[in-house]
Write a protein that binds this ligand. Structure first.
Ligand SMILES: [Zn+2]
Length: 342
């Protein structure tokens, strides 16, 4: 396995301390058929249940990723990244995070005996900091936004800290691919018709896309963003040539949606995400805060305690099929994160 540049194809070893190629391109992962991600370090991430739910006029299958050890699907990505890093003798990892990714990396780093530093923006909930601290991570609070935390960690990395960023490091996405294989098996060797995915920085979307590419067939991938912060939606609409019908939404206040698990201002891999959505025959859907809260409540009434951004898939599925859906469509809604966190 090695990294290569998406633009100039230059190769880099997996233990590189470069964040991206010297030409500015982002890394992708090259993996040969015989390459295996080690699974030595394990904190109990698992095959999560798939449970049916009747929501409005449609029936969906909830994939309960909120049950993973640290509370989100990101444990899949962290498992792969930390296991590979450990096998390469890396002893210190760092990343910027507003919650779930930091918790996943910190937990796996703890189990691997690695040092972990998490740069968090001001205003992350105290419960998030407590979880990170409990895993033994050093928490560095950065004044400002998530972008500021990202800039700060990059200044800090040098040659001694390995950047464990879900957005930059393709080993994270490599781990998330397991979700696709798992769904395929749980559906008895069938690919679902639709999956509704919070877009975030693309970790889940790209993991599902690459995983189902390995399976051999793509479900329609529908990415979900908040109507207050929807760069992927705008790119998708522009590509369809009907730009601008929601341009005003970009002006909407983004307070509640300043959540990297759901909508972020400028995902690093926007083009890749757009390609994944388009080549799957999928779409991009925006949801309002009201729709999100209603979906979170509906999940609660089903006995599932989801974080607000983790209700995005359900909100979008209901919006996407306003008059019900064909009976034979299997619609997957990953519940990406636990409500216990915030
Ligand atoms: Zn390059």
């Amino acid at each position: 396995m090695y990294f290569y540049c998406e633009k100039c194809k230059k190769q880099y070893p997996l233990n590189t301390h470069a964040i991206r190629c010297s030409c500015g391109g982002l890394f992708r992962l090259h993996k040969d058929a015989e390459d295996q991600v080690p699974q030595t370090v394990h904190i109990g991430h698992m095959v999560t249940p798939l449970v049916p739910m009747q929501a409005g006029g449609i029936d969906v299958l909830l994939k309960l990723e909120n049950l993973q050890p640290t509370g989100s699907y990101k444990d899949r990505g962290a498992a792969a990244l930390v296991n590979v890093a450990a096998s390469l003798g890396i002893e210190r990892i760092a990343l910027d995070s507003a919650g779930y990714a930091g918790a996943s990396m910190a937990a796996y780093a703890a189990a691997a005996g690695m040092a972990c530093k998490v740069f968090v923006p001001a205003g992350v909930p105290e419960s998030v900091v407590q979880q990170l601290t409990m895993y033994g991570a050093e928490v560095v609070r950065v004044a400002g936004t998530r972008m500021d935390a990202c800039a700060e960690v990059k200044r800090h990395l040098g040659s001694s800290w390995y950047y464990a960023s879900p957005a930059y490091n393709p080993l994270f996405t490599e781990g998330v691919k397991s979700l696709a294989h798992e769904l395929y098996e749980q559906l008895g060797g069938k690919v679902p018709e639709y999956i509704f995915v919070p877009a975030g920085n693309g970790g889940l979307l790209m993991g599902l896309y690459l995983g189902f590419m390995e399976v051999g067939r793509l479900p329609r991938l529908v990415a979900v963003q908040s109507d207050g912060c929807a760069p992927l939606y705008r790119a998708f609409e522009e590509a369809k040539g009907i730009a601008g019908n929601r341009a005003a939404a970009a002006e909407a206040p983004a307070s509640l949606f300043d959540d990297p698990n759901f909508s972020i201002e400028r995902p690093k891999r926007l083009k890749e995400m757009l390609f994944a959505v388009e080549s799957s025959g999928g779409a991009v859907v925006t949801v309002t805060e009201e729709e999100l809260r209603a979906a979170q409540r509906a999940l609660g009434r089903r006995g599932v305690y989801a974080e607000l951004s983790a209700a995005a898939g359900l909100a979008a599925a209901q919006k996407f099929f306003p008059h019900g859906k064909p009976d034979n469509y299997r619609v997957i809604v990953p519940v990406t994160g636990s409500g216990f966190k915030r």
